[in-house]
Design a protein around this ligand. Structure first.
Ligand code: URP
Ligand code: ZN
Ligand code: ZN
Length: 495
């Protein structure tokens, strides 16, 4: 039993001065002068904000990728998440073409269940298409707790699906009540442009940025949304990295499409000028796909869209590689393992660039770091809100304190931090996961396996109420008319 006393409870809709009483991992009461049983542990929150723990919509702990493995595993990665104020991650089952989705699912559960320090859930990547995949997607949505499937328009010959297969996957997503997620970049163009850069003698990380400029992302974003819209399938664009891709999403939403955009800590907190850095290791550390953008006004622009409701959720795409792993591509940028950090720092970066800058208030902060993710991925109101009946995943946030982000002090396994030196207002001082204090004053009280897999059902109302209604329009009716009975021109086969 816990009583969080004297703080200001911040939810997505409003903030109130209230205490929070927690029992058996669940919030029981929110209010003033609560009567609580003797022996209840009191956590002091005077002068602090009490908020729903962050939900990171996009991580890749210990991902096998580009010849190596991401160094933040499910233990270290979720521990770092907790330190930064995130109490749930959504990671990806992501295996090679030809591998059974059910087998891949078991593999990821096997890795994660034993190691996670906070609750987690999974998205499933679909990297190939066949009648078997179709059946397995249905089984996974119905019985394995995954209602979101990620596809790739990039990573040719590895993860990429062409438009014909995407059409089938989207159709299946809609039939099984899942959300389609897209890595939107034109893989064919990237493949050719990589070769061209290398032929020009450009082998460093700047080549990574130059072979996949903004329009490569924007084109694929538009195509993904267009195909999904033909099938009345809801669409979630992961890792929105550029202004032009974000604009495509905004325009589609103006047209009424059911589409969500996910900027990440990296695209909100730093930029692609780093690829031109003279230090190879520094430049390579920023390599991810789609790349960060050299247009330095991009982060503030994406933050405005997030603040004003054009984009909803934030993730990190946390997928970390040490210097020696990045060095697999020291002579060829196309071989640098793609991925950056973020899981620990997302909350602070968004507070600093979003709230401290005056772009959003504390309630919008909770919406974009937690509540909206819970809604889109069918976890609400179990997660994403502090209210009676919700899971007690809660953070105590000191809005006045500052900290300086550094690889020297972060809790992640990786040897570099893309936010190095950033001074952030907004520091997480205490994390409560499943009703238990797991992090306080810089100390952890958590073990591997304390977190649980949280299954998510298909046909999430927040997404599918609109989709189901639209099915009436989706099935058009034909015009009844008398058949044409005039002459028909005869095609002469001999020309
Ligand atoms: O560079 C990235 N984004 N690495 C992780 C895999 C992905 O595409 O999300
Ligand atoms: Zn991706
Ligand atoms: Zn990713």
């Amino acid at each position: 039993r816990l009583l969080i006393k004297g703080g200001r409870v911040v939810n997505a809709d409003c903030s109130v001065d209230a205490d929070v009483f927690v029992e058996n991992g669940i919030v029981l009461k929110v209010g003033k002068n609560l009567e609580v049983p003797g022996g209840t542990r009191v956590v002091d929150a005077v002068g602090k904000l009490v908020m729903p723990g962050g939900i990171d919509t996009h991580t890749h702990m210990q991902l096998p990728f580009m010849g190596t493995f991401a160094v933040d595993d499910f233990y270290i990665g979720t521990k770092a998440a907790i330190a930064g104020g995130t109490t749930m991650i959504l990671d990806f089952v992501l295996d090679q073409k030809g591998v059974s989705l059910l087998e891949a699912y078991d593999k990821w559960r096997g890795w994660a269940d034993a190691k996670v320090c906070c609750d987690y859930s999974l998205h499933m990547a679909v990297t190939w298409w066949s009648p078997q995949v179709k059946l397995e997607m249905a089984e996974i949505a119905k019985n394995r707790g995954i209602n979101s499937f990620k596809m790739f328009m990039a990573y040719k010959d590895v993860f990429m699906l062409d438009d014909t297969d995407l059409y089938e996957v989207y159709k299946n997503c809609r039939e099984i009540g899942a959300l389609a997620m897209m890595h939107a970049e034109n893989g064919h163009v990237i493949d050719n442009e990589q070769k061209r850069m290398l032929e020009l003698g450009i082998t460093g990380p700047e080549g990574h940025a130059m072979c996949r400029p903004e329009e490569v992302e924007a084109e694929a974003t538009g195509r993904a949304i267009m195909i999904a819209n033909q099938l009345n399938c809801p669409m979630y664009i992961v890792h929105v990295m550029s202004k032009s891709s974000a604009n495509v999403i905004v325009e589609a939403r103006k047209r009424g499409n059911v589409v969500f955009g996910e900027p990440i800590a990296a695209s909100l907190g730093t930029d692609g000028t780093n690829y031109w850095h003279k230090c190879w290791r520094h430049a390579a550390a920023h390599v991810m796909g789609p790349p960060l953008r050299p247009d330095i006004t991009t982060p503030a622009y994406l933050m405005d869209l997030l603040a004003n409701g054009d984009m909803e959720c934030t993730g990190t795409d946390n997928c970390t590689f040490n210097a020696s792993q990045k060095a697999l591509g020291k002579d060829n940028f196309a071989k640098i393992p793609n991925g950056v950090n973020g899981v620990e720092d997302r909350m602070s970066v968004i507070w600093e660039k979003g709230v401290a800058s005056g772009k959003m208030d504390e309630n919008r902060f909770v919406a974009v770091t937690s509540t909206n993710a819970a809604k889109v991925f069918n976890l609400y109101p179990r997660k994403g809100v502090i209210a009676p009946g919700s899971d007690a995943d809660i953070i105590i946030w000191d809005a006045e304190a500052t900290r300086t982000i550094s690889a020297k002090t972060h809790h992640q396994a990786v040897d570099f931090n893309i936010f190095e030196g950033m001074v952030c207002h907004g520091v997480n001082v205490c994390t409560i996961s499943r009703g238990k204090v797991v992090y306080e004053d810089g100390k952890f009280t958590v073990s591997a396996g304390d977190g649980k897999f949280i299954p998510r059902s298909p046909f999430c109302k927040y997404v599918y109420n609109r989709i189901n209604k639209r099915m009436e329009d989706y099935n058009p009716s034909k015009v009844e008319r008398e058949p044409y009975d005039g002459p028909v021109y005869q095609i002469n086969k001999n020309g």
